[in-house]
Design a protein. Structure first.
Length: 360
């Protein structure tokens, strides 16, 4: 007579254990997201106290992390967001004449692309500043500034891509990334007068984008991002996603290049883009194994202060190192970018909620 009750008790116990186990990752994800967000928002504010220049890693990516976190109910500091957008806009506004002339902008198309993305994240409207950025991108398409030369002495690339003016892996290491960012930014901010030139530039650039070889994780990720946002070929999108999934390591992460170990920059970026471009997501505990493994990698490698450490491997730094007050010393700029990507990625795995700072 006792056996049915024993079986029922065991079943209830096992169900309860399963529920507890399923809930734990979600709780860990929320905690990790909050801690990562706190760190990158502070880092972005530190940057404004120490530097006047726009930064891809200390403006655009922290803004992305904050806005993705807000979608899952984590309050966003609106004055902070506006301040980051103001810093970005001022940097480019002060260089309007330089951009109209097509002269060298530090970072080249990478800076321009990330800058337009930052303004887009803050929903800033088109104006004379964004128009100047578009003019600059149109002028530098297919060219790269040679080191130590005058801005007018350019190296012709013989194609329609955009490229950075200096190589700093991973953020300035992919012409596919630069080209995708330029195309998305131009599509959003081009004026009516600029539209014909943008259409011609985009047609040539997209042709190059479809044929470019994929050498790094940045290449693969930004090819997928471009195909998604620019309504590219569906089969190419599926093939690119398959290549990304196939590159996942046994530890659940992705490396920047095939000869390197997995890191939080590439893993956070990859997980974010996969989620944004259609990887099916249900309850986080029931998600695709690719997502589960990437999530576990990020949770496992986050440090107690909320950061993820990713070591810089740039030998010749375009910008002299300075202490911004962020964790990890000489590795803090890339680690801040990695923390922002990881935070934005983990936010994808939480249930959407109304923004707490806005009415329903």
């Amino acid at each position: 007579m006792k056996q049915p009750f024993i079986i029922l008790a065991a079943l209830l116990w096992s169900l309860n254990i399963g529920q507890t186990t399923a809930a734990e990752p979600a709780l860990d994800v929320e905690s990790a997201t909050r801690r990562g967000l706190a760190l990158v928002t502070r880092a972005a504010s530190n940057w404004q106290s120490n530097k006047t220049c726009f930064s891809c890693h200390h403006q655009t990516l922290p803004m992305l992390a904050a806005l993705e976190s807000a979608k899952v109910g984590i309050a966003i500091d609106e004055p902070w967001l506006s301040s980051q957008a103001d810093t970005t806009h001022k940097y480019f506004r002060l260089r309007i004449d330089l951009m109209h002339a097509g002269n060298h902008l530090p970072g080249g198309s990478t800076t321009a692309g990330y800058g337009l993305w930052a303004l887009s994240l803050a929903q800033r409207p088109a104006d004379e500043t964004t128009a100047a950025v578009i003019t600059y991108l149109l002028k530098i398409q297919g060219t790269a500034r040679l080191e130590g030369r005058e801005p007018t002495e350019l190296k012709r690339l013989q194609d329609a891509r955009w490229t950075t003016s200096c190589r700093r892996l991973p953020m300035q290491g992919s012409d596919i990334a630069d080209t995708t960012l330029a195309l998305i930014g131009m599509r959003k901010y081009a004026t009516a007068e600029q539209q014909p030139d943008v259409a011609r530039a985009a047609a040539a650039a997209e042709k190059w984008l479809n044929q470019a070889s994929l050498k790094t994780q940045e290449d693969r990720i930004w090819r997928l991002w471009g195909l998604h946002h620019l309504q590219g070929d569906a089969e190419a999108k599926l093939a690119t996603r398959a290549a990304i999934v196939a590159a996942q390591r046994d530890d659940g992460g992705w490396p920047q290049t095939d000869d390197r170990a997995s890191d939080a920059f590439s893993t956070g970026q990859t997980l974010f883009v996969l989620c944004q471009t259609g990887l099916p997501l249900a309850d986080p505990a029931l998600a695709d194994p690719v997502v589960q493994q990437a999530r576990d990698y990020l949770l496992r490698t986050q440090l107690a202060d909320g950061s993820w450490l990713v070591e810089s491997h740039v030998k010749n730094k375009a910008q002299p190192y300075f202490e911004n007050g962020d964790p990890h010393g000489e590795h803090q700029f890339l680690s801040t970018a990695a923390t922002a990507w990881a935070t934005a990625a983990l936010a994808q795995l939480l249930p959407p909620q109304p923004r707490p700072d806005q009415p329903n």
